[in-house]
Design a protein around this ligand. Sequence first.
Ligand SMILES: [Zn+2]
Ligand SMILES: [Zn+2]
Length: 230
Amino acid sequence: MLMTSGTGPASGWIKPRRRPSTYALKEGEKVILIDAGSPEAVMDVMEVFGKPECALISHAHLDHWSGINVLRWTGLKTYSHESTFSHPYFKEITDMPFELELRAIEYFEPVEVCGFSVVAFPLRHSIPATGFLINEKVAYLLDTKGLPEDSFKFLKDKVEYVIIDAALPDGVEGPHNTFKEAVDLSLDLGAKKAFLVHLLPSLSVEEVLSYAEDKGLDAEVPYDGQTFKL
Ligand SMILES: [Zn+2]
Ligand SMILES: [Zn+2]
């Protein structure tokens, strides 16, 4: 099961309410958090799925990890690439992790994370960012604009579901995909379904979904608090 607990960009949305990036997967009794951008969204994950024992953190931007504060005393095993842990934005955590266990993982080397198989790979963003392929099925692709070639080749035709950065309106340049780039990349990867997330509040969800439909992509722009059977 996937829970989309925080589906917004750094600014969030007021209406409908979308908090910064916070997702979780549950299989049996095992729960992992994928980013933790909002303390409240992390608490909602705990209420619906139970307490996560592990977290994957994509990068050091605050809107992807500040919610981890609510788990600082729980022994949470916190995984990312070394470039996240060594980044100055993450210094508050690396200086004082309290009971968080920080575990650096290498790119393209499978590791077991609380019962899930995880492979990390580089994304393309304004600071170093890491994507994750989980259980050879779900790829977490934010924040990113496109993908480095080795990551694209690694994922192509291997991934069923993508949770993908679709932050920007068409024609806007920045370190994020436009919604059209997110749809096109999902199709190029051969994904069976795409969760388009991190949309700026100025985007029209209807426009995003109608572009995906025209292109023949099964896509959702999920709300906070939704759960999906994968
Ligand atoms: Zn972000
Ligand atoms: Zn970012």
